[in-house]
Design a protein around this ligand. Structure first.
Ligand SMILES: [Zn+2]
Length: 84
């Protein structure tokens, strides 16, 4: 008898942001799907005075796209090749 199917959290699930910031890697870049502006954690964001090294999920709740004022929830994770 083997039952390896145990309900739990979906480990390794990644790709869609869908407003759940906990699934985003600290070094992941995200792209605004409205204007294609890219948030790069290594750069931070001058407009909102976000210091370099700030992961997307650590952005303040009121943070919005500095270019089109779109909500943070509509940003999409950019998939880098060579990065798992
Ligand atoms: Zn935008």
């Amino acid at each position: 008898m083997s039952s390896s199917t145990q309900g739990g959290r979906p480990a390794g699930f990644e790709g869609s942001y869908l407003g759940d910031a906990t699934r985003i890697n600290d070094n992941a870049r995200l792209e605004c799907k409205i204007c294609w502006w890219v948030y790069d954690p290594a750069q931070g964001d001058d407009v909102w005075q976000i210091p370099p090294g700030t992961p997307f999920r650590a952005l303040p709740a009121h943070w919005r796209c500095p270019q089109c004022d779109g909500a943070a929830e509509q940003f999409m994770v950019i998939h880098d090749e060579g990065q798992a």
